[in-house]
Design a protein around this ligand. Structure first.
Ligand SMILES: Nc1nc2c(ncn2[C@@H]2O[C@H](COP(=O)(O)OP(=O)(O)OP(=O)(O)O)[C@@H](O)[C@H]2O)c(=O)[nH]1
Ligand SMILES: [Mg+2]
Length: 353
């Protein structure tokens, strides 16, 4: 079997810097025989901070370099010198990264917006120098405190792609072919199942420069919600899609029935996450150029009352209606909502006058 690396869930070992040790020192100057304590505090250790960066699109850099550390701070010194703080260690992550404490399995947070930060390991506080322990009864203290140790933790980072449209279908249905036709992406296309093993994102641009991001999600099969065919990993990506396109294989490759496929797919999504049944969707009948496709389409229409668009991704036929549908859904509906809101605001103002 092919060696498969899933880059959408990786481990991160993070360690913050220790605080510097407080100093024990006494003033020594000409003419001042018994100088008081002057040991400064230690510096503060750097923290480990994740920063969301839109230029990152995978967890691959972390997969290859899973250990991140902030440096330890410097100790304090005589003449009340504060030790230097150490810099934070900044780790760039892609938008859609979810951070999970590997020990407790708790979700610590997630980063979605460019520049957003999440502190995952707190740097240690600097220790106190002996000058801090001076009192009326203790004029020459020798006490100090060591710096606090920086936190050290292990995390799982999961990447949920954030796409406008997720392409969902059985293996071989032609999802990647469709992605390559609609967007700038160049996914691998082949006549065997599970060609796509990592989710891929492509961007479609309309003549007026409006853009939609598509995610090509690896083929789903029954039981995916239970982890069959690595289903869990893929279903996670669908959660974030604002719209779903079900791609059905009207050639019925491997003796499958596209109407049954459609019902299974919807059920898998619902079983994975109840809310997924409310994501708006479109059904496309792909491979309408193949023999027997018409009968399968007719069966679909008798067994369901879904609207279905007929296409041949391979021949690039029937794609305009998909683009138009999505344009209306994403841009015009939104515009109408906005215009209605503006109109209402205007009317309200008019009432007040
Ligand atoms: N006849 C015909 N074949 C198609 C069409 N679209 C895709 N195919 C073929 O179907 C096979 C599978 O296509 P892919 O795009 O790799 O399918 P996929 O859904 O991405 O498959 P996985 O990544 O394995 O889940 C390839 O051999 C394609 O050339 C179509 O419209 N008509
Ligand atoms: Mg594919």
């Amino acid at each position: 079997m092919k060696h498969v690396v899933f880059k959408d869930r990786v481990k991160l070992y993070a360690r913050a810097g220790n605080g510097g040790r407080g100093s024990v020192s006494f003033r020594r100057e000409k003419g001042i025989p018994k100088g008081g304590p002057d040991g400064g505090d230690g510096g503060h250790g750097g923290s480990v901070i994740l920063r969301c960066d839109v230029n990152e699109d995978s967890l691959l850099p972390i997969y290859y370099q899973p250990h991140v550390k902030a440096r330890h701070a410097e100790g304090g010194a005589g003449q009340n010198k504060h030790g230097a703080n150490s810099a934070d260690c900044i780790v760039k992550v892609a938008p859609g990264t979810v951070v999970i404490d590997a020990e407790t399995e708790e979700v610590v947070g997630e980063l979605t917006k460019d520049g957003e930060e999440l502190k995952i390991c707190q740097g240690g506080h600097g220790g106190l120098g002996n000058v801090r322990f001076k009192s009326s009864t203790n004029q020459a203290p020798r006490q100090y405190s060591p710096g606090v140790e920086g936190e050290e933790k292990v995390f799982w980072l999961e990447l949920k792609l954030m796409a406008d449209v997720g392409l969902v279908g059985y293996p071989n249905a032609g999802k990647s072919t469709l992605l390559s036709r609609l967007t700038n992406a160049h996914p691998k296309i082949a006549p065997y199942p599970f060609t796509t093993i990592n989710p891929i994102v492509g961007t479609m641009e309309y003549p007026n420069f409006s853009r939609l991001k598509f995610a090509d999600i690896p083929g789903l099969i029954e039981g995916a919600h239970d982890g069959v065919g690595l289903g869990h990993q893929f279903l996670r990506h669908i959660e974030r899609s604002r719209f779903i396109i079900f791609v059905l294989d009207m050639a019925g490759t491997d003796d499958r029935n596209p109407t049954d496929d459609f019902m299974h797919l919807k059920e898998e999504l619902r079983l994975h996450l109840d809310d997924l049944q409310y994501t708006p969707y479109l059904v496309v009948a792909n491979k309408m150029d193949s023999p027997g496709a018409d009968e399968k389409l007719a069966e679909f229409k008798t067994r369901t009352d879904e609207n279905i668009l007929e296409i041949s991704a391979e021949l690039g036929e029937g794609l305009e209606p998909i683009k138009d549908y999505l344009y209306k859904h994403f841009f015009e509906t939104r515009k109408i909502i906005q215009e209605t809101a503006e109109l209402e605001a205007e009317l309200e103002n008019a009432d007040e006058d």
